[in-house]
Design a protein around this ligand. Structure first.
Ligand code: NI
Length: 293
């Protein structure tokens, strides 16, 4: 018997390409070589309908607003949100953690990253119909801070079919093999949560249209974005991050673009902290701004 073939990508240990699970060997190899993967539906119609019900309720009551977890990705969090999103929706709807979709993504994450892969975050995203703002090109690692504990891959599941005109995800193949690019807050406005990568070449970008309940997977260094939603329907998507906990800090000094964050969600998050925690959080934020952390 020869040695089992292995494959890896930046930040992760090598994994065997033959591990049993939902992904084929070819799909495991493709992910590590190209930095992304696009798959047919893993969610049934009933799974998608259940997720849509959860979304309707969560967005209607702005779940997470006071904690800073309901936010506008592409605007200053005013009355007319451009891209309303909820960070960690499973904190508000625990059923998300026990869904079949969650279990399937965990199984795939373990094939891609090894048996230590675990759930790290989730994210509920909407993009309004007929003009919902584009999602700028970015690398998820640009959002990492000194407090980040896991290197992750992200699973992205649309809750209706999504084509290019609806704002499906686009990836730049093999960009996960390159460096983390400079980023800035969208349009250079520190009040906006979304980050955009600077100086990239998107001539090789690949669009990934999906069926409802289909899924794309991407590495935390893969450049990705999405166009304006010019379709007639809202674009809803559920993202989950699974990753490997790092024994050592992943980010040494805070990235320069994360030193100038002054979003309304950040203010709400600070207000949600208790007295002593708020003081120490604000002190830490000042040290970061001054370049001391
Ligand atoms: Ni992203």
């Amino acid at each position: 018997m020869g040695k089992t073939a292995t494959v890896s990508s930046p930040g992760f240990d090598a994994v065997p390409v033959s591990s049993p699970g939902p992904l084929s060997e070819a799909q495991i190899r493709f992910f590590h070589d190209e930095g992304y993967l696009s798959l047919p539906p893993i969610a049934t119609e009933a799974d998608v309908a259940a997720l849509r019900d959860v979304y309707q309720q969560m967005f209607a009551r702005r779940a997470g607003w006071e904690d800073g977890n309901y936010l506008d990705f592409a605007g200053p969090d005013d009355a007319e949100p451009r891209l309303p999103q909820i960070l960690m929706p499973s904190q508000y709807e625990p059923a998300l953690m026990t869904s079949r979709v969650h279990a399937q993504c965990l199984a795939m994450a373990r094939q891609l990253l090894g048996p230590g892969a675990e759930f790290h975050f989730d994210h509920a995203m909407t993009k309004p119909a007929q003009g919902g703002a584009p999602t700028p090109w970015h690398q998820d690692k640009a959002f990492y801070t000194r407090k980040t504990t896991h290197r992750t891959v992200t699973f992205w599941i649309p809750l209706q079919p999504v084509a290019a005109e609806g704002g499906c995800l686009r990836f730049i193949p093999r960009s996960h093999l390159g460096p983390l690019l400079q980023h800035r807050h969208l349009g250079g406005d520190g009040r906006i949560h979304g980050l955009e990568a600077m100086g990239l070449d998107d001539s090789q970008a690949v669009s990934c249209p999906l069926e409802a309940g289909g899924v794309t997977v991407h590495h935390h260094l893969t450049l990705h974005g999405a166009g304006t939603n010019v379709s007639r329907g809202e674009r809803w998507a559920y993202a989950m991050g699974f990753g490997i906990r790092s024994a050592t800090p992943i980010v040494g000094r805070e990235y320069t673009w994360n030193r100038v964050t002054r979003t309304a969600r950040e203010a709400r998050f600070q207000n949600s902290l208790g007295g002593r925690n708020r003081v120490s959080y604000r002190l830490r934020a000042l040290l970061v701004q001054w370049g001391l952390l």
